[in-house]
Design a protein around this ligand. Structure first.
Ligand SMILES: C[S@@+](CC[C@H](N)C(=O)[O-])C[C@H]1O[C@@H](n2cnc3c(N)ncnc32)[C@H](O)[C@@H]1O
Length: 264
């Protein structure tokens, strides 16, 4: 039986580009040959599953992507789309019905599961059990990425989880016309979205990020990339445990250990 319930199928071409870029750089995928990656809850069309495959295939030879959806009509739609694509994609991408228990062809354990914009339509208390089911399906050393983004993917955040639970938290923002980094508050993963209140770490983080962004306003004429990088440096200097990643900061992206934002 598929665990979970069908929710709105909203999806869109290119909306998951930020998380896919991050995924493609994760050590777990580096040097692997033909790993299996699952796209859980792909939505009303297979678009973001095909994109996931295309992006990963540039770096990871033979990568295979299996889309899992709880709504059988969406599986049929994606399979029909797949039939119209070329043999290279047809050999590497597949779709099947299922829920958080994450069924795969031949019951193979996936190395990575991407579940984006799925848990946001569940209740917060349902999150740990859903995580557990997906984590229990991962191959040893595997990675679950679970998060949320805006309709066109300009605001995104996600949690990276290993077998023992959450490990990292990432915010990724389109910097053009960014007014305040706390825009991320609207697109936090379900485990954090109700925690953006005084006394919680994620609230402190978003306030500190806004404050750092404001204090770096003098850099605005040099462009938002330099300004965001400086804001991240400022956060780090203030004791936030950001790894030194200026290249990613300039893309509007920062990662922290989960312990820096974990609910109290
Ligand atoms: C909002 S869409 C997200 C689509 C795509 N991942 C994206 O971000 O553009 C969420 C999809 O997750 C599916 N879904 C919800 N719960 C699920 C579950 N437990 N297992 C598999 N799919 C699920 C819904 O049916 C829906 O199509």
């Amino acid at each position: 039986m598929a665990t979970g319930h069908p929710t709105r199928g909203t999806t869109g071409t290119n909306r998951l580009r930020r998380v896919d870029r991050w995924l493609a750089e994760q050590p777990v995928l580096r040097g692997r040959r033909s790993p299996l990656v699952v796209d859980l809850g792909f939505g009303a069309s297979g678009a973001t599953t095909f994109e996931l495959h295309e992006r990963l295939a540039r770096r990871i030879p033979g990568v295979r992507v299996h889309g899992v959806e709880i709504d059988p009509e969406r599986v049929a739609t994606a399979r029909a789309q797949l039939e119209r694509l070329g043999p290279r994609v047809r050999e590497a991408v597949s779709f099947g019905r299922g829920g958080f228990e994450t069924p795969t062809p031949g019951d193979e354990q996936p190395l990575v599961i991407r579940a984006l914009n799925v848990l946001r339509q569940y209740d917060e208390p349902e999150v740990p059990a859903a995580w557990r089911l997906m984590l229990d399906r991962l191959a040893p050393g595997g990675l679950l990425v679970e998060g949320t983004c805006s309709e066109i993917g300009r605001v995104a955040s996600w949690i990276g989880l290993g077998a023992d639970g959450p490990e990292t938290f990432t915010i990724s923002l389109h910097l053009g016309a960014l007014e305040a980094p706390s825009i991320a508050a609207e697109r936090l993963p379900k485990a954090l979205i109700h925690r953006n209140v005084p006394g919680e770490r994620v609230h402190e983080l978003l306030r500190a990020l806004d404050d750092a962004w404001t204090r770096e306003a003098a850099l605005a004429p040099f462009g938002p990339r330099q300004r965001f990088e400086a804001a991240c440096r400022r956060l780090r200097d203030a004791g936030w445990p950001l790894p030194l990643e200026p290249r990613r900061w300039r893309l509007g992206e920062l990662t922290l250990p989960w312990s820096a934002v974990a609910p109290r």
